[in-house]
Design a protein around this ligand. Structure first.
Ligand SMILES: Cc1ncc(COP(=O)(O)O)c(C=O)c1O
Length: 314
């Protein structure tokens, strides 16, 4: 394929990233990278948190990274995982750096924060030789059930000394108590998406990622356009996408490589969308959508300035 200069000339579907918006979103937020640990370790990062409850098949890889890097941290939420760490003492006089994962009511991973087992596990970690309890980690994903800044701030209140939370909603509207945290781990905020705008973490204009698609059919009887973009370009996560040029239109349930676009109400003006015209879709969940693409086209004001290849796995 000849080098393409502008995103408007890309073959569709294509994932495009507005670098100016990404930079604006990233200003003021600093995070330590987590997951895809080997990729970051191989590319010069030496302070990494593997922010996933320790999978037993990866203990050896985590041990090697702990021995190789200045700092490599693992997350534990049960005693068996602690036993696995004990069975693999680190060489070179190093100790396992462990964050205990707490579930602060979002019901995903972690020991429930009000369960006495949390305190017992924390004690056991700190009393185990070769292992150091570095801190307490919560994703704070309960903020995803919030609507608006006030609810996000109420959900994100924390107490304690050495602790860390993730989640884009809570880090987008930090409460003063969060100054007590040693670090935060939001991930989505660089791109943001429709879901984050509905929660109240961002405005639609903060969303840096789009999927480009072209109109490939007119179906007046159904009041729908057909576009060359199905779930393989957007993912099935969440409620579809919004079109950028025509926010009052939405994508309806989609198939693997085809998508249908219809107005939320009223008759579609097909003249506005000739066959071959380009639509710009704003994803509902940018993380899931980005995972569907082998390459991201990075642009500034429509001019392509870079391509990024995502690393995969966790
Ligand atoms: C443990 C952990 N920390 C941080 C994050 C980033 O949070 P967010 O996706 O809300 O930015 C995630 C995402 O799932 C996570 O699992």
């Amino acid at each position: 394929m000849a080098a393409v200069e502008f995103i408007k000339d890309l073959c569709t579907p294509a994932l495009v990233i507005d670098l100016d918006t990404v930079k604006r979103n990233a200003e003021g937020m600093q995070e330590r990278f987590h997951t895809e640990a080997s990729f970051y370790a191989d590319n010069g990062y030496d302070d990494i948190l593997y922010a996933y409850p320790l999978p037993f098949d990866k203990v050896e890889r985590c041990a090697e990274l702990s021995e190789r890097l200045s700092l490599f941290h693992v997350v534990v939420d049960n005693r068996l995982a602690l036993q696995e760490l004990k069975k693999r003492p680190l060489k070179q006089g190093k100790v396992w750096k462990v964050w205990m994962k707490l579930d602060c009511d979002n019901g995903r991973a972690g020991v429930p924060h009000c369960d006495p087992a949390a305190l017992q596990l924390a004690q056991e970690i700190s009393e185990t030789s070769g292992v150091e309890l570095t801190g307490i980690y919560a994703h704070c994903g309960n903020t995803y059930a919030c609507q608006g800044e006030e609810q996000i701030k109420a959900a994100a209140g924390i107490q304690g000394t050495k602790s860390s939370i993730g989640s884009t909603p809570s880090c987008s509207h930090p409460v003063p108590d969060m100054a007590m945290l040693s670090e935060v781990h939001p991930g989505n905020y660089v791109f943001y998406d429709v879901q984050q705008s509905l929660i109240g973490s961002c405005r639609l204009e903060d969303v840096a990622v789009r999927v480009l698609t072209r109109v490939i059919g007119h179906y007046p009887a159904r009041n729908q356009l057909l576009v060359d973009c199905g779930w393989t370009a957007l993912s099935h996560d969440g409620g579809g996408a919004l079109t950028y040029r025509i926010c009052h239109h939405r994508r309806t349930p989609r198939t693997q490589e085809h998508g249908r676009v219809e107005p939320i109400s009223g008759k579609l003006d097909f003249k506005q969308f000739p066959l071959g015209s380009l639509l710009t879709l704003m994803p509902y969940h940018a993380c899931a959508t980005a995972m569907m693409h082998p390459v991201y086209f990075v642009h500034s004001k429509g001019k392509i300035i870079d391509t990024w290849k995502p690393t995969r796995g966790w």
